[in-house]
Design a protein around this ligand. Structure first.
Ligand code: ATP
Ligand code: LTN
Length: 330
């Protein structure tokens, strides 16, 4: 049943979509799809904040659209579209750039982390204003709810600050959105380094399980995943690697971590990893198969994106125009 409220979320078409993106974001989008009016965006402009190969980017947009649909996002129920095709996103972003402060953007940890990698002076200005474009994405639709993984908490807090500040300066214009972070699966860690988050831009393929990985690749990666000293399958702070694997198991199956721990009492890491691999293969295989099928007919995907952009524009345009009016631009 729809409650008249809107959901907005997005993923960048960069790198390979992984289990963290699925458990932290996509799976939850699907689970709330029937309760809201949904806008699921392929945020291609955000991907440009770090260098992209144009040919690869073009392909990744289709791949992401295929994965959205294969995961269960129904284009009849949810609007699926590309950010760059709805120019109101960048137009509102400029208005919000003039409301955001250098101090608050400088405190964004994602900017600091990504900028550090290539040298802060060399980071693109786009990377710096990335969270403002993200705020524009959501505020443009007056979305109430934003389902994301844990790493987006700070960006969502800034988004709420910008909405409140704009409303305070120019009068009630934007809905102040709520963040929705799932209780499990919100922060899946890298398989080779359980203190770092599983990431699309990670150079080592062994660190992440891609949604499009073949079943044998998934089994191999889980077999080689780092474990902790000891043998007991328990999620404790001293066992970050096993805790991460237990979290993955719990998020996919919907079982509680304690229940899984009980099931593996007296057994070792080997048994647990073998079963986990099958749980992950079972969860991802149907998605992979469906995505590959959809990629065989890119015209259908292009059509979904085109229709989605039209629907998105119909909501975005009047909301942008209200912001113009409030600011004295019309
Ligand atoms: P990159 O590491 O290249 O910045 P990413 O893997 O973080 O990319 P995004 O497109 O930035 O991918 O994120 C898409 C969605 O997936 C967001 O909602 C984000 O919070 C979620 N997400 C990303 N990584 C994880 C993770 N390791 N665990 C849980 N959720 C995640
Ligand atoms: N920055 C987000 C992707 C993103 C997003 C959004 C998420 C761009 N615009 C709007 C939610 C709502 C990320 O996950 N890295």
């Amino acid at each position: 049943m729809r409650n008249g409220h809107r959901v907005f979320s997005g993923i960048q078409p960069s790198g390979n979509l992984h289990l963290g993106n699925y458990l932290g974001a996509l799976k939850n989008w699907v689970s709330i799809q029937d309760d809201y009016e949904n806008y699921f965006c392929i945020v291609d402009l955000h991907a440009l904040t770090v260098p992209q190969d144009p040919k690869v980017l073009r392909q990744k947009v289709r791949e992401l659209a295929a994965i959205y649909v294969a995961c269960g996002i129904d284009p009849e129920k949810s609007v699926i579209f590309r950010q760059s095709r709805v120019s109101e996103h960048t137009e509102l972003a400029w208005l919000l750039d003039c409301v955001a402060k250098v101090g608050e953007l400088s405190r964004m940890t994602q900017f600091k982390d990504k900028a550090r990698k290539g040298g802060a002076e060399a980071a693109s200005v786009g990377l710096y204003v990335y969270p403002v474009l993200q705020a524009a994405d959501v505020l443009l639709y007056n979305a109430h709810l934003v389902p994301v993984g844990e790493d987006q908490r700070q960006h969502l807090e800034l988004m709420r600050t910008l909405a409140r500040r704009f409303n305070g300066l120019y009068g009630e214009t934007f809905v102040v959105p709520e963040v929705f972070i799932p209780p499990v699966g919100a922060r899946v860690m890298a398989l080779d380094e359980p203190t770092a988050k599983m990431s699309k831009s990670a150079p080592a393929p062994g660190s992440y399980i891609a949604i499009l990985d073949e079943p044998d690749a998934i089994r191999r990666k889980i077999r080689r995943a780092k474990t902790d000293s000891g043998t007991e399958v328990v999620a404790s702070p001293e066992k970050p690697a096993i805790a991460n694997l237990l979290g993955i198991y719990a998020a996919i199956t919907g079982s509680a971590v304690e229940e899984i721990e009980r099931r593996y009492e007296g057994k070792g890491y080997g048994d647990f990893k073998k079963d986990l691999a099958e749980v992950v293969v079972e969860g991802l295989s149907p998605i992979r198969d469906r995505a590959l099928e959809l990629l065989d007919d890119p015209r259908e995907l292009d059509e979904i994106l085109e229709t989605g952009a039209e629907k998105a524009r119909a909501v975005a345009r009047p909301n942008l125009e209200s912001a113009w009016t409030r600011m004295g631009l019309s």
